[in-house]
Design a protein around this ligand. Structure first.
Ligand code: NI
Length: 225
């Protein structure tokens, strides 16, 4: 992981887009509004969208919940229950303004993820995904996570991956992805293995993120995971 990340952060343009009236902007670092939809980095929403976003966020397990540190179980039945679950995940992801969501984030320890890169792109569901190949070229980029709202840290990941999975109907799906799509898939796949962005960043960034989380927990104990 790149150790120069802290400096880089400081060089990034200010993109403060305040949403949370109870949120202290001084805790922010600036980054690209990446992955999962960081709730503190979004443009101001109209009240209805904001209400939907908050409702969706209330279903999402937060950092500290043991389900987020567990390895999820493979799916063996491609039935209506699975398809309903995928539809529910897609809805919560969209309402939460995320670009990806993994089942453990809803407390369901199953190897299912959904993602959508680009507003008009279809939601893709990957069931039992496996990285079949990943390229040697890696790239550091700031990532957020719906389960760790308000935190972004730099994560280095391969730029190109090929992932084998099934869709929600049980059909095989081979995804060759690059750039943001590859990053989202790898981020969500990490969730299926109990791995979070804090496990993948530098020691310094992890420390700072933990400090921010602790401070927030003190200020808003009811929101602590
Ligand atoms: Ni995440």
């Amino acid at each position: 992981m790149a150790e120069e990340a802290r400096e880089r952060d400081d060089l990034q343009p200010d993109r403060e887009q305040e949403l949370e009236p109870d949120h202290d902007p001084s805790l922010d670092t600036e980054h690209d509004p990446e992955l999962d939809g960081d709730e503190d980095e979004r443009p101001r929403l109209d009240p209805e969208l904001e209400a939907r976003r908050r409702a969706a966020m209330s279903f999402i397990r937060r950092f500290g919940d043991p389900v987020l540190k567990s390895r999820a179980t493979p799916v063996d039945r491609f039935d209506d229950t699975l398809r309903n679950q995928v539809a529910r995940m897609a809805g919560i992801m969209s309402d939460a303004l995320g670009v990806g969501l993994a089942a453990p984030q809803l407390g369901i320890s199953q190897r299912v993820l959904v993602y959508r890169v680009g507003q008009d792109a279809p939601v893709i569901a990957l069931v039992n995904p496996e990285v079949e190949w990943s390229g040697d070229d890696e790239e550091p980029l700031d990532e957020g996570c719906l389960s760790i709202p308000g935190i972004e840290v730099e994560v280095e990941r391969p730029i190109h991956v090929r992932v084998r999975a099934h869709d929600e109907h049980g059909d095989e799906r081979l995804v060759e992805a690059s750039g943001l799509e590859a990053r989202v898939i790898q981020h969500e796949l990490d969730h299926l293995n109990g791995v979070l962005i804090l496990d993948r960043t530098s020691k310094d960034q992890r420390k700072e993120a933990m400090r921010t989380l602790r401070e927030r927990e003190r200020e808003e104990p009811e929101q602590a995971a």
